[in-house]
Design a protein around this ligand. Sequence first.
Ligand code: BG6
Length: 480
Amino acid sequence: MVFKKDFLWGGATAANQCEGAYDVDGKGLSVADAMPGGRERMSIISSPNFNWDVELTNYRYPNHVGIDHYHRFKEDITLFAEMGFKAYRFSIAWSRIFPKGDELEPNEKGLAFYDALIDECLSYGIEPVITISHYEMPLHLAKEYGGWKNRQLVAFFERYAKVILERYAHKVKYWMTFNEINSAMEFPALSQGLIPSTGSDDYTNRFQAWHHQFVASALAVKIGKSVREDIQIGCMQIYAPLYAFDSNPENQFASQLKQRAFDYFTSDVQVRGYYPTYIKQLLKTYNATMPVMEEGDEELLRDNTVDYIGFSYYMSMAINEKSAEETDPAAGNLMEGVRNPFLEASEWGWQIDPLGLRISLNDLWDRYQVPLFIVENGLGAKDTIDEKGAINDDYRIEYLAKHIQTMKEAVEDGVDLMGYTPWGCIDLVAASTGEMSKRYGFIYVDLDDEGNGSFNRQKKKSFNWYKKVIASNGEDLENN
Ligand code: BG6
């Protein structure tokens, strides 16, 4: 048996993409609620004309309804339990607990919702794995305070983290602070609340925002340890190997610099507890200045490092900055690079690279020697229902089986891997495009990009396949 006996097999979602009920039981608006649906989503929110003072009438806002997990979570968790989930990664919507973000008292109805969600998981022996902030800071904080570049957010987050950790940590052992904290290198709107009209084009603001998030994350670790000694709090980032396009040393060096900036900077600080010595070079590359720090910040970062690294893995990228050969830009999970001629891509252009996962696991393990947790992985694809009413998503099974196989090989290489929670275990709204048709789930949700559908849940072929994978602790990956 390759994987540990208590390996955390499960699935992952995020509040803003599945709960819906965006204005129910006192919830305030979040930045995700202000993001339109459709493939132009990222270009709209990254345009100089966009501001957070939106009317919410110009477009469709699919996150407002999500898949109505808020009202249907019991049915969904029953299905997760049927697959044999040992863990369910979900996030708490900050704006359910503090609707505007700067209140002194939390919203009890929001807290009660997560009591019920957690208890439902526990009743099936499913371990909740909670992300404290997953792309949904209260809109008010982005609009009135300018997002994470403002130091005041640290105190607001601290209050929020304290409330939820004190309330739930006796039942919940596994936590993560900020989802894909490094994604701000390309798209700071999602995790930092920063857009061009509030200064995202100036990288000094992004680094300042990161510093505040590092401090806030360290404070959450500190609070967590004080409420539960054996709590496990991780960071969470995107990890993608950024291969040199060819053996030109110039490209090799360019890829090394990009990996530092994208794959390592945030984890270097959160795992090691201090800024890396390459920070000066990094700031220079982005024409930014060193973030302003307050007294005590450095000690706080040093004394409150994370217990593990949670990361998402979907794809790899190739970097070609110096070779004469022309290369095509490739689409990616909030990152930039070129097409790798050795790889196939998903319908959304994300380059599929199972071996890259083994490389990633080994790289992260060699660098940090802390446990690793793959908290997102999967294939976004269009699913169709055949004439017999079945959804035969063999392409998804193939993608996942190949990735689990390389996970196994990485464990045999010596990597300490805690668990695997594939993304969007039930179909939900895509983060980068706001589409429903970009589906990741083992469970189909009857809802289209225009918002039509019954919201009914239906098992795909991958449902029974994943059930078998979990039951065999990853030994049986056959699609039969
Ligand atoms: C990650 C996010 O970027 O990848 C998720 O943490 C997101 O929120 C997932 O949904 C897949 O990306 P997308 O854009 O296909 O939903």
